[in-house]
Design a protein around this ligand. Structure first.
Ligand code: ARG
Length: 466
């Protein structure tokens, strides 16, 4: 068994069971690139302040670059079994590779500021990846809405038919929900990209490091203002886990709706074979597993968020080993949300919609508000209008008649305020034409929504290209 870097004040070695519990390499290996980049930048700074000679610095930088390739190729097997974590692992592999000079690289830093820096670097890249995948999904949604502007469908509240809407309007409701997720993730980047390196264990490094050099080399946007806060704060992780949870609520809503709407009973959408599965016993089945998994994984993602909240609650100031528990939750949520976004994009790109079925499903009772609005616009107080139309609806239900089959003459028997409503009052196009205000489901209003969506997509893609 190799000697631990901190073994000097110990006389006995760790119990193997504790060693297993203490080991974080199995998951923090994900940050090997970040840890290597950090060590290169840090060694450069140590060279600048005279702790490392230029020759040593070059040997360290070259050794670390080689190590990066080796870890890429061989993965975790390259590390000895008793490696505690990625930071210790890289330092000891570097020592094996280039000799004792590697033992100089830890001067003035601690694993406390090191892990906080690594995880922020990792997160910065991953949040950008989430934004990227989210934008792809939003582009798919906007295409679907754009290409099916003629389609109408029932709109629901309480899962009961409420009023008809344009299919595009419905699809864009997801677009605009998730546009705020793009904003939330983008806003979080400034806070994530705050460099703790230089905080050392908790009190700040005793070496005259220029933290702004480190910031520039590691592509951080700013540096932390307080070394204790630098090593202890994990609010940026809570923020990301919350942002992922909020996004996953919308994805779960989409999943739930689409499971229903693609069922035999609704028949509005057909999901492609790319994202559905069969049954091991019933040859007829085509199950919406991708959507069910999306809905199901939301639970785990929210669990990761609440788990970290509970871990952090009650911790005393600065570094405590509990903080090692942050990474599994964060890695899992990130990987899960990226998978879900990618699969949902495939689902949206490959689904078919049954326009006739959607149109035919619109219940004539969902035009009842049209009647009440006509009465109110003719001068009757809306509450009275509501009451009269309520009676009409009741009659229609009892007589098993379609509400929209009522002519002007039929309606006049309920109220003289129906004068001039005409016999075509229950036409879907008329319904839509009345809702051209910004945000409404009118055909022109939805065209404006599509334009707004295109502008947002363009703005984000320009930002990403920056
Ligand atoms: N593996 C540790 C973590 O993830 C690194 C920091 C260890 N710091 C310490 N003081 N033991 O948090």
């Amino acid at each position: 068994m190799s000697k631990k870097a901190w073994a000097g004040r110990f006389t006995e070695s760790n119990s193997p069971l504790f060693e297993k519990m203490n080991r974080s390499l199995d998951f923090d290996i994900k940050m090997f690139r970040e840890d290597i980049a950090l060590n290169i930048a840090y060694s450069k700074e140590l060279n600048r302040i005279g702790i490392l000679s230029s020759k040593d610095y070059l040997a360290i930088a070259a050794g670390l670059a080689e190590l990066e390739k080796e870890i890429e190729k061989k993965g975790i097997d390259i590390f000895p079994e008793d490696t505690e974590d990625i930071h210790m692992g890289i330092e000891s592999l570097l020592s094996e590779k280039i000799g004792d000079v590697a033992k100089k690289i830890h001067a003035g830093k601690s694993r406390n500021d090191q892990v906080a820096t690594d995880v922020r670097m990792y997160l910065f890249n991953q949040v950008n990846k989430i934004i990227d995948e989210l934008c792809k999904l939003l582009a798919a949604l906007s295409n679907l809405a754009e290409n099916n502007q003629d389609a109408v469908m029932p709109g629901f509240t309480h899962l009961r038919q409420a009023q008809p809407v344009l299919f595009s309007h419905y699809i864009l409701s997801f677009f605009f929900s998730m546009s705020r997720d793009v904003e939330r993730f983008s806003d979080s980047l400034d806070r994530i990209s705050t460099l703790p390196l230089g905080s050392a264990a908790l009190a700040g490094s005793a070496y005259p490091l220029n933290r702004d050099n480190l910031r520039t080399d590691l592509h951080f946007r700013r540096i932390s203002c307080n070394s204790m806060d630098g090593v202890l704060s994990r609010d940026f992780l809570l923020e990301t886990l919350s942002n992922i949870s909020i996004l996953s609520i919308t994805l779960s809503r989409l999943a739930e709706d689409f499971i229903l709407f693609s069922s035999e009973q609704y028949g509005f959408f057909d999901l492609s074979d790319k994202v559905t599965t069969g049954s091991s016993i019933m040859p007829n089945k085509k199950n919406p597993d991708s959507l069910e998994l999306t809905r199901g994984k939301t639970g785990r993602v929210i669990g990761n968020m609440t788990g970290l909240f509970v871990t952090l609650k009650g911790l005393p100031s600065t570094y405590n080993k509990d903080l090692q528990e942050d990474k599994e939750a964060v890695f899992d949520s990130i990987e899960t949300i990226i998978d879900v976004l990618q699969v949902t994009t495939i689902l949206i790109d490959s689904m078919k919609i049954n326009k006739e079925k959607m149109r035919a499903s619109i219940d004539s009772l969902s035009f009842a508000t049209e009647l009440a609005d006509f009465l109110a616009k003719s001068g009757l107080p809306f509450r009275e209008a509501h009451h009269i139309v309520g009676h009409i609806v009741l009659d229609m239900v009892n007589q098993k008649r379609e509400l929209t089959s009522l002519s002007e003459n039929d309606l006049l028997r309920y109220s003289e305020y129906f004068t001039n409503i005409g016999d075509e009052w229950g036409d879907i196009e008329k319904f839509l034409a009345k809702r051209e205000l910004p945000g409404g489901t009118g055909r022109e209003a939805v065209k404006r929504e599509l334009k707004e969506a295109a502008l947002l997509l363009e703005r984000w893609s320009l930002k990403n290209a920056e």
